[in-house]
Design a binder for this molecule. Structure first.
Ligand SMILES: *Cc1c(COP(=O)(O)O)cnc(C)c1O
Length: 515
Protein backbone atom coordinates (compact mmCIF):
# COMPACT_ATOMS: atom_id res chain seq x y z
CA UNK A 1 0.00 0.00 0.00
CA UNK A 2 1.37 3.37 -0.89
CA UNK A 3 0.60 6.62 0.87
CA UNK A 4 0.65 10.13 -0.38
CA UNK A 5 3.65 12.09 0.83
CA UNK A 6 2.75 13.69 4.15
CA UNK A 7 2.84 17.49 4.22
CA UNK A 8 4.61 17.37 7.58
CA UNK A 9 6.30 20.74 7.30
CA UNK A 10 3.60 22.99 5.87
CA UNK A 11 2.00 24.87 8.78
CA UNK A 12 -0.90 25.97 6.59
CA UNK A 13 -1.84 22.33 6.06
CA UNK A 14 -4.19 21.30 8.84
CA UNK A 15 -2.84 17.77 8.86
CA UNK A 16 0.50 19.00 10.26
CA UNK A 17 -1.33 19.79 13.48
CA UNK A 18 -2.85 16.35 13.99
CA UNK A 19 -0.79 14.25 16.36
CA UNK A 20 0.21 10.99 14.67
CA UNK A 21 3.20 9.01 13.51
CA UNK A 22 4.09 11.67 10.94
CA UNK A 23 3.96 14.57 13.31
CA UNK A 24 5.56 13.20 16.48
CA UNK A 25 8.62 15.44 16.05
CA UNK A 26 6.49 18.49 15.42
CA UNK A 27 4.45 17.63 18.53
CA UNK A 28 7.57 17.39 20.65
CA UNK A 29 8.94 20.70 19.39
CA UNK A 30 5.63 22.53 19.83
CA UNK A 31 4.96 21.24 23.35
CA UNK A 32 8.59 21.80 24.37
CA UNK A 33 8.29 25.40 23.22
CA UNK A 34 5.12 25.84 25.27
CA UNK A 35 6.77 24.29 28.32
CA UNK A 36 9.84 26.50 27.84
CA UNK A 37 7.64 29.61 27.88
CA UNK A 38 5.85 28.63 31.03
CA UNK A 39 9.02 27.61 32.86
CA UNK A 40 10.65 30.93 31.95
CA UNK A 41 7.56 32.74 33.19
CA UNK A 42 7.48 30.82 36.46
CA UNK A 43 11.20 31.30 37.03
CA UNK A 44 10.86 35.09 36.81
CA UNK A 45 7.44 35.82 38.31
CA UNK A 46 8.02 38.15 41.23
CA UNK A 47 4.39 38.78 42.18
CA UNK A 48 1.32 36.55 42.16
CA UNK A 49 -0.46 39.01 39.87
CA UNK A 50 0.20 42.15 37.85
CA UNK A 51 -2.93 43.80 39.22
CA UNK A 52 -4.40 44.29 35.75
CA UNK A 53 -8.05 45.34 35.75
CA UNK A 54 -10.82 43.80 33.66
CA UNK A 55 -11.08 47.04 31.69
CA UNK A 56 -7.38 46.99 30.88
CA UNK A 57 -7.23 43.35 29.85
CA UNK A 58 -10.54 42.81 28.07
CA UNK A 59 -9.65 44.84 24.92
CA UNK A 60 -6.49 42.75 24.42
CA UNK A 61 -8.51 39.55 24.41
CA UNK A 62 -11.29 41.07 22.32
CA UNK A 63 -8.82 42.29 19.69
CA UNK A 64 -7.72 38.78 18.75
CA UNK A 65 -9.24 37.82 15.39
CA UNK A 66 -10.25 34.20 15.90
CA UNK A 67 -11.02 33.81 12.20
CA UNK A 68 -7.47 34.69 11.13
CA UNK A 69 -5.12 31.97 12.40
CA UNK A 70 -1.42 32.64 12.82
CA UNK A 71 -0.33 29.25 11.39
CA UNK A 72 2.70 29.45 13.65
CA UNK A 73 2.82 27.87 17.13
CA UNK A 74 5.52 30.30 18.30
CA UNK A 75 3.46 33.30 17.18
CA UNK A 76 0.39 31.89 18.94
CA UNK A 77 2.46 31.58 22.12
CA UNK A 78 3.74 35.15 21.72
CA UNK A 79 0.17 36.32 21.54
CA UNK A 80 -0.72 34.18 24.55
CA UNK A 81 1.90 36.03 26.60
CA UNK A 82 -0.14 39.18 26.08
CA UNK A 83 -3.65 37.82 26.49
CA UNK A 84 -3.01 35.43 29.35
CA UNK A 85 0.43 34.52 30.70
CA UNK A 86 1.62 38.03 31.55
CA UNK A 87 -1.38 38.78 33.74
CA UNK A 88 -2.42 35.36 35.00
CA UNK A 89 -2.86 34.64 38.70
CA UNK A 90 0.10 32.51 39.78
CA UNK A 91 -0.68 30.08 42.57
CA UNK A 92 2.92 28.95 42.93
CA UNK A 93 3.90 32.38 44.25
CA UNK A 94 4.37 32.37 48.06
CA UNK A 95 2.22 35.48 48.47
CA UNK A 96 -0.79 33.95 46.77
CA UNK A 97 -2.79 33.31 49.94
CA UNK A 98 -6.37 33.47 48.72
CA UNK A 99 -8.38 30.42 47.73
CA UNK A 100 -7.95 26.67 48.00
CA UNK A 101 -5.57 26.52 45.03
CA UNK A 102 -2.34 24.68 45.52
CA UNK A 103 1.00 24.89 43.82
CA UNK A 104 1.24 21.74 41.70
CA UNK A 105 3.79 18.93 41.82
CA UNK A 106 5.87 18.24 38.73
CA UNK A 107 5.15 14.50 38.42
CA UNK A 108 1.47 15.40 38.02
CA UNK A 109 2.34 17.82 35.23
CA UNK A 110 4.13 15.04 33.41
CA UNK A 111 0.96 13.03 33.86
CA UNK A 112 -1.11 15.90 32.48
CA UNK A 113 1.01 16.00 29.33
CA UNK A 114 0.76 12.25 28.86
CA UNK A 115 -2.95 11.94 29.51
CA UNK A 116 -3.97 14.66 27.09
CA UNK A 117 -1.71 13.37 24.33
CA UNK A 118 -2.97 9.79 24.57
CA UNK A 119 -6.41 11.24 25.29
CA UNK A 120 -7.91 8.13 26.86
CA UNK A 121 -11.53 8.48 27.81
CA UNK A 122 -12.33 6.69 31.02
CA UNK A 123 -15.97 5.92 30.32
CA UNK A 124 -15.36 2.49 28.84
CA UNK A 125 -12.67 -0.15 28.83
CA UNK A 126 -12.58 -0.01 25.03
CA UNK A 127 -11.52 3.66 25.22
CA UNK A 128 -8.93 3.36 27.96
CA UNK A 129 -7.78 -0.18 28.83
CA UNK A 130 -4.98 0.30 31.38
CA UNK A 131 -6.33 3.73 32.26
CA UNK A 132 -9.40 2.08 33.74
CA UNK A 133 -7.28 -0.25 35.83
CA UNK A 134 -5.08 2.61 37.07
CA UNK A 135 -8.10 4.67 38.07
CA UNK A 136 -9.58 1.69 39.90
CA UNK A 137 -6.35 1.07 41.80
CA UNK A 138 -6.31 4.69 42.96
CA UNK A 139 -9.96 4.57 44.00
CA UNK A 140 -9.29 1.46 46.07
CA UNK A 141 -6.08 2.97 47.44
CA UNK A 142 -7.96 6.06 48.62
CA UNK A 143 -10.84 4.02 50.03
CA UNK A 144 -8.32 1.93 51.96
CA UNK A 145 -6.64 5.04 53.38
CA UNK A 146 -10.07 6.17 54.52
CA UNK A 147 -10.87 2.69 55.88
CA UNK A 148 -14.15 2.17 54.04
CA UNK A 149 -13.91 -1.61 54.06
CA UNK A 150 -13.90 -4.42 51.49
CA UNK A 151 -17.01 -3.39 49.51
CA UNK A 152 -15.78 0.14 48.86
CA UNK A 153 -15.63 1.72 45.44
CA UNK A 154 -15.84 5.14 43.84
CA UNK A 155 -15.04 7.22 40.81
CA UNK A 156 -12.92 10.18 39.80
CA UNK A 157 -14.92 13.36 39.26
CA UNK A 158 -14.36 16.90 38.03
CA UNK A 159 -14.25 18.35 41.54
CA UNK A 160 -15.67 18.46 45.03
CA UNK A 161 -18.95 19.96 43.87
CA UNK A 162 -19.59 17.09 41.50
CA UNK A 163 -18.50 14.55 44.12
CA UNK A 164 -20.94 16.06 46.61
CA UNK A 165 -23.71 16.03 44.01
CA UNK A 166 -23.14 12.37 43.23
CA UNK A 167 -23.01 11.48 46.94
CA UNK A 168 -26.31 13.29 47.54
CA UNK A 169 -27.86 11.52 44.56
CA UNK A 170 -26.84 8.13 45.97
CA UNK A 171 -28.10 9.14 49.42
CA UNK A 172 -31.44 10.25 47.98
CA UNK A 173 -31.98 7.10 45.94
CA UNK A 174 -30.84 4.74 48.71
CA UNK A 175 -33.10 6.50 51.19
CA UNK A 176 -36.06 6.27 48.84
CA UNK A 177 -35.37 2.63 48.06
CA UNK A 178 -35.22 1.76 51.74
CA UNK A 179 -38.26 3.86 52.56
CA UNK A 180 -40.34 2.26 49.81
CA UNK A 181 -39.25 -1.19 50.96
CA UNK A 182 -40.09 -0.33 54.58
CA UNK A 183 -43.51 1.11 53.93
CA UNK A 184 -44.72 -1.72 51.73
CA UNK A 185 -45.98 -1.56 48.18
CA UNK A 186 -45.21 1.31 45.87
CA UNK A 187 -48.97 1.99 45.65
CA UNK A 188 -48.95 3.12 49.28
CA UNK A 189 -45.94 5.38 48.94
CA UNK A 190 -44.79 6.87 45.71
CA UNK A 191 -41.37 8.31 45.07
CA UNK A 192 -42.86 11.65 44.19
CA UNK A 193 -44.52 11.79 47.60
CA UNK A 194 -41.27 10.98 49.37
CA UNK A 195 -39.16 13.73 47.85
CA UNK A 196 -40.72 16.67 49.72
CA UNK A 197 -40.08 14.88 53.03
CA UNK A 198 -36.35 14.36 52.50
CA UNK A 199 -33.89 16.46 54.51
CA UNK A 200 -30.14 16.91 54.41
CA UNK A 201 -28.52 17.96 57.67
CA UNK A 202 -25.22 19.78 57.47
CA UNK A 203 -23.37 22.45 59.36
CA UNK A 204 -23.99 26.11 58.70
CA UNK A 205 -20.31 26.26 57.62
CA UNK A 206 -20.57 23.50 54.99
CA UNK A 207 -19.91 24.08 51.30
CA UNK A 208 -22.62 25.69 49.15
CA UNK A 209 -22.48 22.76 46.74
CA UNK A 210 -24.59 20.79 49.22
CA UNK A 211 -27.43 23.29 48.81
CA UNK A 212 -26.90 23.39 45.06
CA UNK A 213 -27.04 19.58 44.95
CA UNK A 214 -30.34 19.60 46.84
CA UNK A 215 -31.75 21.93 44.21
CA UNK A 216 -30.42 19.86 41.32
CA UNK A 217 -31.86 16.71 42.89
CA UNK A 218 -35.34 18.18 42.95
CA UNK A 219 -35.43 18.66 46.71
CA UNK A 220 -35.11 22.42 46.80
CA UNK A 221 -32.57 24.35 48.82
CA UNK A 222 -34.97 24.38 51.77
CA UNK A 223 -34.43 20.63 52.13
CA UNK A 224 -31.05 21.47 53.65
CA UNK A 225 -31.15 22.04 57.39
CA UNK A 226 -28.24 24.21 58.53
CA UNK A 227 -27.09 22.86 61.88
CA UNK A 228 -25.37 25.57 63.94
CA UNK A 229 -21.62 25.43 64.46
CA UNK A 230 -19.83 26.10 67.73
CA UNK A 231 -17.19 28.78 68.41
CA UNK A 232 -14.57 26.69 66.64
CA UNK A 233 -16.84 26.44 63.55
CA UNK A 234 -17.48 22.72 64.03
CA UNK A 235 -20.97 21.27 63.81
CA UNK A 236 -22.73 21.22 67.16
CA UNK A 237 -23.76 17.61 67.69
CA UNK A 238 -26.33 18.52 70.35
CA UNK A 239 -28.02 20.67 67.72
CA UNK A 240 -27.74 17.89 65.15
CA UNK A 241 -29.38 15.46 67.57
CA UNK A 242 -32.19 17.94 68.18
CA UNK A 243 -32.75 18.50 64.44
CA UNK A 244 -32.82 14.76 63.78
CA UNK A 245 -35.44 14.37 66.52
CA UNK A 246 -37.44 17.22 65.08
CA UNK A 247 -37.39 15.55 61.64
CA UNK A 248 -38.73 12.39 63.19
CA UNK A 249 -41.51 14.25 65.03
CA UNK A 250 -42.51 16.13 61.89
CA UNK A 251 -42.63 13.00 59.72
CA UNK A 252 -39.59 14.09 57.72
CA UNK A 253 -36.90 11.71 56.49
CA UNK A 254 -33.25 12.53 57.26
CA UNK A 255 -31.81 11.50 53.92
CA UNK A 256 -28.22 12.44 54.70
CA UNK A 257 -26.04 13.89 57.40
CA UNK A 258 -23.15 15.74 55.77
CA UNK A 259 -20.07 16.32 57.87
CA UNK A 260 -17.29 18.57 56.63
CA UNK A 261 -13.68 17.52 57.20
CA UNK A 262 -12.12 20.88 56.61
CA UNK A 263 -14.62 23.70 56.07
CA UNK A 264 -13.71 25.96 53.19
CA UNK A 265 -13.46 29.07 55.35
CA UNK A 266 -12.07 27.82 58.62
CA UNK A 267 -10.61 24.38 57.91
CA UNK A 268 -12.64 23.15 60.87
CA UNK A 269 -13.31 19.43 61.06
CA UNK A 270 -16.75 18.39 62.31
CA UNK A 271 -16.79 15.81 65.16
CA UNK A 272 -16.93 12.77 62.89
CA UNK A 273 -17.38 9.93 65.44
CA UNK A 274 -20.32 11.64 67.18
CA UNK A 275 -21.90 12.48 63.85
CA UNK A 276 -21.46 8.89 62.70
CA UNK A 277 -23.25 7.70 65.88
CA UNK A 278 -26.17 10.04 65.27
CA UNK A 279 -26.45 9.19 61.58
CA UNK A 280 -26.46 5.48 62.42
CA UNK A 281 -29.09 5.94 65.14
CA UNK A 282 -31.39 7.72 62.68
CA UNK A 283 -30.62 5.45 59.76
CA UNK A 284 -29.31 8.37 57.70
CA UNK A 285 -26.63 8.22 55.03
CA UNK A 286 -23.41 9.77 56.33
CA UNK A 287 -21.40 11.78 53.84
CA UNK A 288 -18.06 13.35 54.70
CA UNK A 289 -16.99 16.26 52.55
CA UNK A 290 -13.21 16.04 52.83
CA UNK A 291 -12.56 18.12 49.71
CA UNK A 292 -10.09 20.21 51.68
CA UNK A 293 -9.05 17.92 54.54
CA UNK A 294 -8.31 14.82 52.43
CA UNK A 295 -4.58 15.62 52.53
CA UNK A 296 -4.71 14.47 56.16
CA UNK A 297 -5.09 10.92 54.82
CA UNK A 298 -1.37 10.98 54.00
CA UNK A 299 -0.17 13.33 56.76
CA UNK A 300 1.16 12.78 60.26
CA UNK A 301 -2.14 14.24 61.46
CA UNK A 302 -4.23 11.34 60.11
CA UNK A 303 -5.97 11.05 63.50
CA UNK A 304 -7.81 14.34 62.85
CA UNK A 305 -9.96 12.31 60.44
CA UNK A 306 -10.87 9.59 62.91
CA UNK A 307 -14.47 8.60 62.26
CA UNK A 308 -14.29 9.17 58.49
CA UNK A 309 -14.06 5.39 58.07
CA UNK A 310 -17.71 5.16 59.15
CA UNK A 311 -18.98 7.28 56.25
CA UNK A 312 -21.23 5.94 53.51
CA UNK A 313 -19.57 8.31 51.07
CA UNK A 314 -16.59 10.65 51.06
CA UNK A 315 -15.55 13.55 48.81
CA UNK A 316 -11.83 14.08 48.26
CA UNK A 317 -10.25 16.83 46.17
CA UNK A 318 -6.74 15.85 45.19
CA UNK A 319 -6.55 19.24 43.46
CA UNK A 320 -6.61 20.92 46.86
CA UNK A 321 -4.45 19.16 49.43
CA UNK A 322 -2.68 16.58 47.25
CA UNK A 323 -1.00 19.32 45.17
CA UNK A 324 -2.57 18.10 41.92
CA UNK A 325 -3.51 20.30 38.97
CA UNK A 326 -7.22 20.93 38.37
CA UNK A 327 -9.16 18.67 37.87
CA UNK A 328 -8.50 15.80 40.21
CA UNK A 329 -11.19 14.67 42.59
CA UNK A 330 -13.11 11.59 43.60
CA UNK A 331 -16.17 10.35 45.42
CA UNK A 332 -15.78 7.15 47.42
CA UNK A 333 -18.56 4.90 48.71
CA UNK A 334 -18.64 2.25 51.43
CA UNK A 335 -20.92 -0.07 49.43
CA UNK A 336 -20.23 -0.35 45.72
CA UNK A 337 -23.76 -1.61 45.13
CA UNK A 338 -25.07 1.90 45.80
CA UNK A 339 -23.37 3.13 42.64
CA UNK A 340 -26.07 1.34 40.62
CA UNK A 341 -28.18 4.47 41.05
CA UNK A 342 -26.07 6.12 38.35
CA UNK A 343 -25.86 3.08 36.08
CA UNK A 344 -27.54 3.38 32.69
CA UNK A 345 -26.89 1.08 29.75
CA UNK A 346 -26.59 2.31 26.19
CA UNK A 347 -26.37 -0.12 23.29
CA UNK A 348 -23.67 1.88 21.59
CA UNK A 349 -21.46 2.22 24.65
CA UNK A 350 -21.89 -0.10 27.60
CA UNK A 351 -24.61 -2.69 26.89
CA UNK A 352 -25.82 -4.75 29.82
CA UNK A 353 -24.14 -7.91 28.55
CA UNK A 354 -20.75 -6.31 29.24
CA UNK A 355 -21.54 -6.50 32.95
CA UNK A 356 -21.93 -10.29 32.64
CA UNK A 357 -18.72 -10.41 30.63
CA UNK A 358 -17.11 -8.49 33.49
CA UNK A 359 -15.81 -5.76 31.24
CA UNK A 360 -15.02 -2.81 33.52
CA UNK A 361 -16.83 0.24 32.19
CA UNK A 362 -16.34 3.15 34.56
CA UNK A 363 -19.25 5.04 33.02
CA UNK A 364 -21.48 2.65 34.97
CA UNK A 365 -20.39 4.50 38.13
CA UNK A 366 -20.15 8.07 36.87
CA UNK A 367 -22.35 11.08 36.23
CA UNK A 368 -20.11 11.93 33.28
CA UNK A 369 -19.70 9.99 30.06
CA UNK A 370 -16.55 11.08 28.22
CA UNK A 371 -14.12 11.64 31.06
CA UNK A 372 -10.50 12.71 31.47
CA UNK A 373 -7.86 10.31 32.77
CA UNK A 374 -7.10 12.61 35.71
CA UNK A 375 -6.09 9.63 37.80
CA UNK A 376 -2.84 9.41 35.87
CA UNK A 377 -1.56 12.57 37.56
CA UNK A 378 -2.03 11.10 41.02
CA UNK A 379 -0.53 7.82 39.85
CA UNK A 380 2.70 9.43 38.65
CA UNK A 381 2.79 11.53 41.82
CA UNK A 382 2.56 8.49 44.08
CA UNK A 383 5.04 6.54 41.94
CA UNK A 384 7.53 9.42 41.89
CA UNK A 385 7.35 11.08 45.30
CA UNK A 386 5.06 8.84 47.33
CA UNK A 387 2.13 9.50 49.60
CA UNK A 388 4.37 10.50 52.47
CA UNK A 389 5.94 13.20 50.33
CA UNK A 390 2.51 14.71 49.69
CA UNK A 391 1.64 14.47 53.37
CA UNK A 392 4.83 16.27 54.36
CA UNK A 393 3.94 19.20 52.10
CA UNK A 394 0.46 19.44 53.61
CA UNK A 395 1.80 19.13 57.17
CA UNK A 396 4.16 21.97 56.46
CA UNK A 397 1.37 24.38 55.52
CA UNK A 398 -0.62 23.34 58.58
CA UNK A 399 2.42 24.09 60.77
CA UNK A 400 2.74 27.47 59.05
CA UNK A 401 -0.90 28.29 59.72
CA UNK A 402 -0.39 27.54 63.42
CA UNK A 403 2.56 29.96 63.51
CA UNK A 404 0.57 32.51 61.52
CA UNK A 405 -2.23 32.29 64.05
CA UNK A 406 0.18 33.18 66.87
CA UNK A 407 1.47 36.10 64.84
CA UNK A 408 -2.06 37.41 64.27
CA UNK A 409 -3.16 36.70 67.82
CA UNK A 410 -0.30 38.79 69.24
CA UNK A 411 -0.77 41.66 66.77
CA UNK A 412 -3.09 44.36 68.16
CA UNK A 413 -3.84 45.63 64.63
CA UNK A 414 -5.78 42.45 63.89
CA UNK A 415 -8.42 40.15 65.27
CA UNK A 416 -8.28 36.45 64.34
CA UNK A 417 -11.34 34.20 64.49
CA UNK A 418 -10.40 30.60 65.29
CA UNK A 419 -7.22 28.67 65.91
CA UNK A 420 -6.86 26.62 62.71
CA UNK A 421 -7.03 22.81 62.51
CA UNK A 422 -5.88 22.99 58.89
CA UNK A 423 -4.32 25.87 56.97
CA UNK A 424 -6.72 28.84 56.84
CA UNK A 425 -6.67 32.00 58.93
CA UNK A 426 -9.74 34.23 59.08
CA UNK A 427 -9.01 37.64 60.54
CA UNK A 428 -9.70 41.32 60.13
CA UNK A 429 -7.99 44.63 60.54
CA UNK A 430 -9.23 46.68 63.48
CA UNK A 431 -9.08 50.41 62.97
CA UNK A 432 -7.84 51.87 66.24
CA UNK A 433 -10.06 54.32 68.05
CA UNK A 434 -13.37 53.35 66.44
CA UNK A 435 -16.07 50.86 67.23
CA UNK A 436 -17.96 51.60 64.01
CA UNK A 437 -18.69 48.18 62.45
CA UNK A 438 -19.51 49.72 59.06
CA UNK A 439 -16.16 51.44 58.90
CA UNK A 440 -14.39 48.23 59.97
CA UNK A 441 -16.16 46.41 57.13
CA UNK A 442 -15.22 49.07 54.59
CA UNK A 443 -11.60 49.26 55.61
CA UNK A 444 -11.17 45.49 55.30
CA UNK A 445 -12.93 45.37 51.94
CA UNK A 446 -10.76 48.20 50.75
CA UNK A 447 -7.51 46.64 51.98
CA UNK A 448 -8.28 43.41 50.13
CA UNK A 449 -9.13 45.18 46.88
CA UNK A 450 -6.16 47.51 47.06
CA UNK A 451 -3.82 44.61 47.70
CA UNK A 452 -5.26 42.73 44.71
CA UNK A 453 -4.88 45.77 42.49
CA UNK A 454 -1.25 46.13 43.59
CA UNK A 455 -0.53 42.50 42.70
CA UNK A 456 1.86 42.28 45.67
CA UNK A 457 -0.20 39.57 47.31
CA UNK A 458 -3.66 38.03 47.00
CA UNK A 459 -5.84 37.29 50.01
CA UNK A 460 -9.43 36.12 50.21
CA UNK A 461 -12.39 37.54 52.07
CA UNK A 462 -15.43 36.09 53.75
CA UNK A 463 -18.14 37.04 56.20
CA UNK A 464 -18.36 36.03 59.83
CA UNK A 465 -21.62 36.86 61.64
CA UNK A 466 -22.47 39.25 58.82
CA UNK A 467 -19.21 41.23 59.03
CA UNK A 468 -16.40 41.35 56.47
CA UNK A 469 -13.22 39.46 57.26
CA UNK A 470 -10.03 38.61 55.40
CA UNK A 471 -8.75 35.11 54.85
CA UNK A 472 -5.42 33.46 54.21
CA UNK A 473 -5.60 29.99 52.73
CA UNK A 474 -2.14 28.51 53.05
CA UNK A 475 -1.37 25.68 50.65
CA UNK A 476 2.12 26.62 49.60
CA UNK A 477 4.98 25.19 51.68
CA UNK A 478 7.17 27.96 50.19
CA UNK A 479 5.14 30.61 52.02
CA UNK A 480 7.21 31.63 55.04
CA UNK A 481 6.15 33.29 58.26
CA UNK A 482 7.98 36.32 56.89
CA UNK A 483 5.70 36.35 53.86
CA UNK A 484 2.71 36.30 56.19
CA UNK A 485 4.15 39.15 58.28
CA UNK A 486 4.87 41.22 55.16
CA UNK A 487 1.37 40.72 53.79
CA UNK A 488 -0.10 41.74 57.14
CA UNK A 489 1.97 44.93 57.00
CA UNK A 490 0.73 45.59 53.46
CA UNK A 491 -2.88 45.13 54.59
CA UNK A 492 -2.32 47.49 57.52
CA UNK A 493 -0.75 50.07 55.17
CA UNK A 494 -3.66 49.98 52.72
CA UNK A 495 -6.10 50.15 55.63
CA UNK A 496 -4.24 53.06 57.22
CA UNK A 497 -4.20 55.01 53.97
CA UNK A 498 -7.92 54.44 53.52
CA UNK A 499 -8.66 55.62 57.05
CA UNK A 500 -6.54 58.73 56.54
CA UNK A 501 -8.68 59.60 53.50
CA UNK A 502 -11.91 59.32 55.45
CA UNK A 503 -13.90 62.55 55.74
CA UNK A 504 -14.68 63.85 59.19
CA UNK A 505 -17.79 62.38 60.82
CA UNK A 506 -21.03 63.60 59.30
CA UNK A 507 -19.86 63.83 55.71
CA UNK A 508 -20.53 60.91 53.34
CA UNK A 509 -17.74 58.38 52.81
CA UNK A 510 -16.04 58.29 49.40
CA UNK A 511 -16.95 55.42 47.08
CA UNK A 512 -14.85 52.27 47.36
CA UNK A 513 -12.13 52.26 44.82
CA UNK A 514 -9.97 49.37 43.68
CA UNK A 515 -6.88 51.51 43.32
C1 LIG B 1 -13.63 23.40 47.51
C2 LIG B 1 -14.68 22.68 48.24
C3 LIG B 1 -15.72 22.06 47.56
C4 LIG B 1 -15.92 22.22 46.07
O1 LIG B 1 -14.92 21.59 45.37
P1 LIG B 1 -14.60 21.98 43.84
O2 LIG B 1 -13.49 21.07 43.50
O3 LIG B 1 -14.24 23.42 43.86
O4 LIG B 1 -15.85 21.72 43.06
C5 LIG B 1 -16.62 21.31 48.29
N1 LIG B 1 -16.50 21.22 49.63
C6 LIG B 1 -15.52 21.82 50.32
C7 LIG B 1 -15.46 21.66 51.81
C8 LIG B 1 -14.57 22.58 49.65
O5 LIG B 1 -13.61 23.21 50.33
Amino acid sequence: MSRLAHPAEDPADSRTHLLNNHTADHYRAAVTEGVARISARIATTDRPFTGVSVDELAPTVAAVDLDTPLHDPAAALDELEQVYLRDAIYFHHPRYLAHLNCPVVIPALVGEAVLSAVNSSLDTWDQSAGGTLIERRLVYWTAERIGLGPAADGIFTSGGSQSNLQAMLLARDETCRRELARTGSPEDTRLIDLLPRLRILTSACSHFSIRKSATLLGLGAEAVIAVPADDTKRMRTDALAAELERCRRDGLIPMAVVATAGTTDFGSIDPLPEIADLAARHDAWMHVDAAYGCGLLVSRRRDLLTGIERADSVTVDYHKSFFQPVSSSAVLVRDRATLRHVTYHADYLNPRRMVEQRIPNQVDKSLQTTRRFDALKLWLTLRTMGAQGIGELFDEVIDRAADGWKLLHDDPRFEVVVQPQLSTLVFRYLPGGTQDPELTDRVNLHAREALFASGDAIVAGTKVDGRHYLKFTLLNPETTLDDIAIVLDLIAEHAGRYLAEQPAAGRPAPALSAR
